[in-house]
Design a protein around this ligand. Structure first.
Ligand code: PLP
Length: 224
């Protein structure tokens, strides 16, 4: 199957309420255009410079999602166009996004990343840190960002029970934050970004509303 066929059959299999982010990191403009021509408009990248280059070169109706770990000094390069930032894991980073969004007169949608994996290397906030962040006066004053949901990455393991537990954990945090933190100008929890090529089916069973899928569409990545 080619990219178009893989994309279309994947989309066919996703429930209607689940949005697809086609993760195009390391992939060429030609590969992205093949998915674009098959109707895909939302693409995810994990490096700011690569996303900026692709944004400059590719059709302007593509919605670019930043899914990688983000350094504060890079926010300014994408503030004018990024449509959703998935991996926000500190108030400091949120403040910087707010600052850059003000400069370009936008409100930038963000997801807070939750630490759900059983691995030190996966970034994210604990449920207590999330609660503190959302309760802080600093957060309440940020008007140029909007937290629209949570993002999480499960442990890289074959143990599907464990993956399921981790996604269910994210979903339970989502539900409890939603009930304890009422909707505000900069807070409206709707998105649960969880699930990649290897675990998106489990993620959907556990309440995912947004899956980030790369290799399943584009084939395996070559890093060099
Ligand atoms: C690369 C990446 C994905 C997609 O991974 P695949 O296994 O290729 O589907 C999803 N989420 C994040 C945060 C990534 O960095």
């Amino acid at each position: 199957m080619n990219i178009k066929q893989r994309l279309l059959s994947l989309k066919e299999s996703l429930p209607e309420n689940v949005n697809l982010v086609a993760v195009s990191k390391t992939k060429s403009n030609d590969d992205i255009l093949e998915a674009y021509q098959a109707g895909q408009r939302v693409f995810g990248e994990n490096k700011v410079q690569e996303m900026v280059d692709k944004w400059e070169q590719l059709p302007k109706d593509i919605q670019w999602h930043m899914i990688g770990h983000l350094q504060r000094n890079k926010v300014k390069y994408m503030a004018s166009f990024v449509s959703l930032i998935h991996g926000v894991d500190s108030l400091k980073l949120l403040k910087e996004i707010n600052k850059q969004a003000l400069k370009v007169e936008r409100v930038i949608p963000c997801l807070l990343q939750v630490h759900i994996a059983d691995e030190e290397t996966k970034f994210g906030l604990t449920s207590q840190e999330l609660d503190e962040l959302l309760n802080s006066d600093t957060f309440k004053k940020l008007k140029a960002i909007k937290v629209v949901g949570l993002m999480g990455m499960a442990t890289f393991t074959q143990d599907t029970k464990q993956i399921e537990q981790e996604f269910r954990y994210l979903n339970s945090i989502f539900e409890s934050l939603k009930s304890t933190h009422p909707k505000a100008d900069n807070l409206e929890l709707t998105v649960r970004s969880m699930g990649m090529s290897g675990d998106f089916k489990i993620a959907i069973q556990c309440g995912s509303t947004m899956v980030r899928i790369g290799s399943h569409i584009f084939g395996s990545r070559n890093y060099n």
